[in-house]
Design a protein around this ligand. Structure first.
Ligand code: PMP
Length: 458
């Protein structure tokens, strides 16, 4: 029986990434407030937010300093834009701050309101750059199966998940996908991580050669795959990929929408994994999720191309009303100030071994095939047979069931395709709260194991 609020929801809202058919029966989890790493539903029940919202609320909930930063900017100048050369101090200061933080040579910053827009911007800038450089055929974009880059037409084309392509008439032509770097699931029997990485780099090279290097513009990758399964790459992966990209003058775009701002114990995931991208997309934790903001870094050659195109075309024809929204920029500035002042990124590096030890111990659980991660992100996979790695029929929805049991235990985690479960708590989680998180997850796994037996699933 749905509550009044839940019934009103079902009658009025379309929910992103929700089974809109079963949702009519289950209804929503309506959250009302949050504090620290905890959120509370409309009945006052607490949940440990083991997903930091959607991989974003790095500083946890009800951070008064962020509230004040937003409120101060709201009162002073709630809106102005960056079109036609107009500007405002939070955008200028934030761009300066980000330029200094970027792990790659950065000339300028372009702001968006989301990760999808940031990645769409990356595609458009890549095309624009190659037009400016007089190589109009070099336009194809390569990404990875299970990569996640957003839902707008170009970013969804880069995304490598069936739900984003089937019946959406995507990907667009010119968007290609190479294999997923998930050693546990896709390595051949006995294949080492290094050998698997080499095979994937060879596959990328073969694709570039088949398509023609003169037609391939960019390769995009998340440091750790998020929505595709919380998948950390095998050793040597990015080093080998990078060598291929360098050989064929293919731009490397790092999608740091999840890994940026400390998730892996470094400011950016690229630093943790030895990536040398030409450009980088960010969003989410730049404001700790308190305001919608994203953006891309622009390197000097790209900036020069934008200027020369503007000279020819009269204007840089890209940007949205909310590119560099002043309240979002003010909140981002305060967020980054707190990250620095409270040594949040260093704190992640200190807490990560405990988090990862608790995570990898889950691999001993009878229904868990793999439990692996890096920093404060982890993924685990439920299997029917640990030896063969065989999975349950996807229709049984085993991981979804486990996530529902976790919710009943007062823990929010997320199920992903392929019976995977992601864990990605706020960066401010304490060691004790990490223990609470994993204790509750074990209870959820135990309940799932019992449910599997009672349903007779094999
Ligand atoms: N890239 C990555 C790596 C993401 O995880 C996401 C969102 N989960 C996006 C892009 C898209 O961001 P948004 O939902 O803000 O459009």
């Amino acid at each position: 029986m749905l509550s009044n609020l839940a019934t009103r929801d079902v009658e009025t809202l379309i929910h992103p990434y929700t089974n809109l058919s079963t949702f009519r029966e289950t209804g929503p989890l309506v959250l009302e407030r949050g504090h620290g790493v905890w959120v509370y539903d409309s009945d006052g029940r607490p949940y440990l937010e083991g997903m930091a919202g959607l991989w974003c609320t790095a500083l946890g909930y009800s951070n008064e300093e962020l509230v004040e930063a937003a409120s101060e900017q709201m009162s002073r100048l709630p809106f102005t834009h960056l079109f036609s050369g107009r500007s405002h101090d939070p955008a200028i200061e934030l761009a300066e701050t980000l330029k200094e933080l970027m792990p790659i040579p950065t000339s300028k910053i372009f702001f968006t309101s989301s990760g999808s827009e940031a990645n769409d911007t990356q595609v458009k800038l890549t095309w624009y750059l190659n037009n400016a450089l007089g190589r109009p055929a070099k336009k194809k974009i390569i990404s990875r199966i299970k990569g996640y880059h957003g839902v707008t037409v170009a970013s969804a084309s880069m995304t490598g998940l069936p739900a984003n392509h089937a019946d959406w008439d995507l990907p667009l032509p010119g968007f290609l996908h190479v294999g997923c770097p998930h050693h546990y699931r896709f390595a051949e029997a006995g294949e080492t991580e290094e050998a698997f990485s080499q095979r994937l780099a060879d596959e990328l090279e073969a694709l570039i050669l088949r398509e023609g290097p003169d037609t391939v513009a960019a390769f995009v990758a998340e440091p750790v795959m998020g929505a595709g399964g919380a998948i950390a790459p095998p050793s040597g992966y990015f080093e080998k990929i990078q060598a291929v990209l360098d050989r064929y003058d293919v731009r490397f775009i790092a999608d740091e929408v999840i890994c940026g701002f400390g998730r892996l114990g470094t400011w950016f995931g690229s630093e943790a994994l030895g990536m040398r991208p030409d450009s980088l997309s960010f969003a989410k934790a730049v404001t700790s999720g308190y305001m919608p903001l994203g953006g891309v870094s622009i390197d000097e050659p790209l900036y020069k191309a934008l200027v020369s195109q503007s000279a020819k075309l009269g204007t840089f024809g890209h940007g949205t009303t909310y590119s560099g929204h002043p309240v979002a920029c003010a909140v981002a500035l305060k967020t980054i100030e707190i990250y620095k002042r409270d040594r949040i990124v260093e704190g992640v590096a200190e807490k990560a071994p405990h988090f990862q030890a608790r995570l990898s111990a889950l691999a001993e659980h009878p229904i868990v095939g793999e439990a692996r991660g890096i920093g404060l992100i982890g993924g685990l996979e439920i299997v029917a047979d640990k030896n063969s790695k065989r999975q349950y029929d996807p229709k049984a929805g085993v991981a979804a069931r486990c996530v529902a049991f976790a919710q009943a235990e007062g823990l929010i985690v997320r199920f992903l395709a392929g019976d995977r479960i992601a864990v990605c708590p706020p960066l401010v989680i304490s060691p004790d709260e990490i223990d609470t998180l994993f204790d509750r997850l074990i209870c959820a796994l135990d309940r799932t194991e019992a449910w599997i037996a009672s349903e007779g699933l094999t």
